[in-house]
Write a protein that binds this ligand. Structure first.
Ligand code: CA
Length: 229
């Protein structure tokens, strides 16, 4: 992890300074930014290996930054939030953040999340080079571009919907339990309601099965979900 460039986006100066000191001590190359709008511009223009993103910021909030960034690039993002913003957890991940940490947090926990996050992203370029295309019946997933088509028509998905669909398609013919789906799509430490899986399955069915009139996502009562060829 040493030498990786990290941007800390945080308007509370004492937190930014503390994180900078701790992460520099671990060998990261740190830049800091306190303004939301400028942070967005810098993330797009400067080449960071990871972004730590506060939620409440002047000029543009962290959720908006995350959403806008995801429209153009795939840099790892960990959101940092105050405890009373915890309900926004699903929201933050849905907008494309890789992980979410509630303040105050232990620096060791942050470091562990950062390592996990960068490992996950570093394994992606291989797929991108291969431009892998997954398909089930009339559905195609272009993994290098995060694009989904059914009958040749594009399907707009959020990051979480996409991750869920890709996971189901990669494991087609298997029925996946909610726990398997949660740990793969939402992360090993997701502690929210397992109903979130059912909610996102409904979103996918509306955008795919219902829209195209073909059944892709199957439910096995009491077990979980799966996609069949
Ligand atoms: Ca703040």
């Amino acid at each position: 992890m040493s030498g990786n460039k990290v941007l800390i986006v945080e308007d509370e100066r004492h937190i930014a300074r503390f994180l900078q000191m701790e992460l520099e001590h671990e060998g990261f190359v740190i830049a800091t930014e306190s303004n939301g709008q400028r942070a967005y511009e810098r993330i797009v223009q400067e080449n960071y290996d990871l972004v730590l993103l506060d939620v409440m910021l002047p000029d543009m909030d962290g959720f908006t930054i995350c959403k806008k960034i995801r429209e153009v690039m795939n840099v790892p993002i960990i959101m940092l939030t105050a405890r009373d913003e915890i309900e926004d957890k699903v929201n933050g991940l849905d907008l494309g953040a890789d992980d979410y940490l509630t303040k105050p947090f232990a620096i060791q926990e942050l470091l562990a999340r950062m390592r996990a996050c960068m490992r996950k992203h570093n394994s992606m370029p291989k797929e991108a080079e291969q431009g892998e295309v997954l398909s089930v019946k009339n559905l195609k997933i272009y993994t290098a571009r995060y694009e989904v088509e059914v009958n040749g028509e594009p399907v707009e998905l959020t990051k979480t919907e996409y991750d869920l669909l890709e996971f189901l398609v990669r494991n087609r013919r298997n029925i996946l339990s909610r726990d398997q789906i949660l740990s793969k799509v939402w992360g090993y430490d997701y502690s929210g309601d397992t109903n979130v899986v059912d909610v996102y399955i409904r979103y996918l069915r509306a955008k795919i099965d219902d829209r195209f009139g073909e059944k892709y996502i199957h439910t096995m009562r009491g077990v979980g979900y799966g996609i069949k060829d």
